[in-house]
Design a protein around this ligand. Sequence first.
Ligand code: HEM
Length: 178
Amino acid sequence: MLFNTGARYGIASKVLHWLIAAGIIGLTGLGAWMVDLSYFDSWYNRAPALHRSGGMIVLGLALLFAFWKIASPSPPLQAELRAWERSGARAMHLLLLAAMFVVPASGYVISTSAGSGFHFLGLWEIPALLPRSETVRDLAITIHYVAAYGLLPVIAIHAGAALKHQFIDKHGTLRRML
Ligand code: HEM
């Protein structure tokens, strides 16, 4: 079913969740790898171009995910969860939701901070919305770095909790999202 129900996520939420998760994890790996490439590496220009376009795709998917969350509310957290687990899950979901926007949006600001746009998959130009600014660029770099790497332990806790509630507690948590 397309829509979320009171018991599980619908196909739209599932597809968006896993595309965003794969996108964020893949782009973090690509980002960490590309910053160490030498000028003479054949990926020196191609990797950042791919990273920028991928980031814009994740931003678009995050917008769809947020829109869909309003259009089709998520199922309530499982009744088996204890009070602290509910608060923890809500906090993790909020952090993950925020990061879906903060990480690609700060990447966009870095990429356009010289006052010019960049190519999306070589197809069309994503314009710069802010004027050239080194201060904004430095701030965006810090935010992008801290949010992207800070997200890794959040993802690990989130995934660990999903796996624990699926396989140890047998609550069927992961199945709701598969
Ligand atoms: C970058 C990686 C990830 C992001 C950004 C992310 C984000 C989210 C968000 C925002 C929700 C809450 C959806 C809502 O509002 O209802 C959620 C739910 C969920 N995620 Fe993830 N997720 C990621 C990776 C993973 C991984 C790796 C797993 C499993 C191994 C996982 C399993 C789940 C499950 C099972 C739920 C549903 C929990 C429930 O309501 O019972 N996620 N995820």
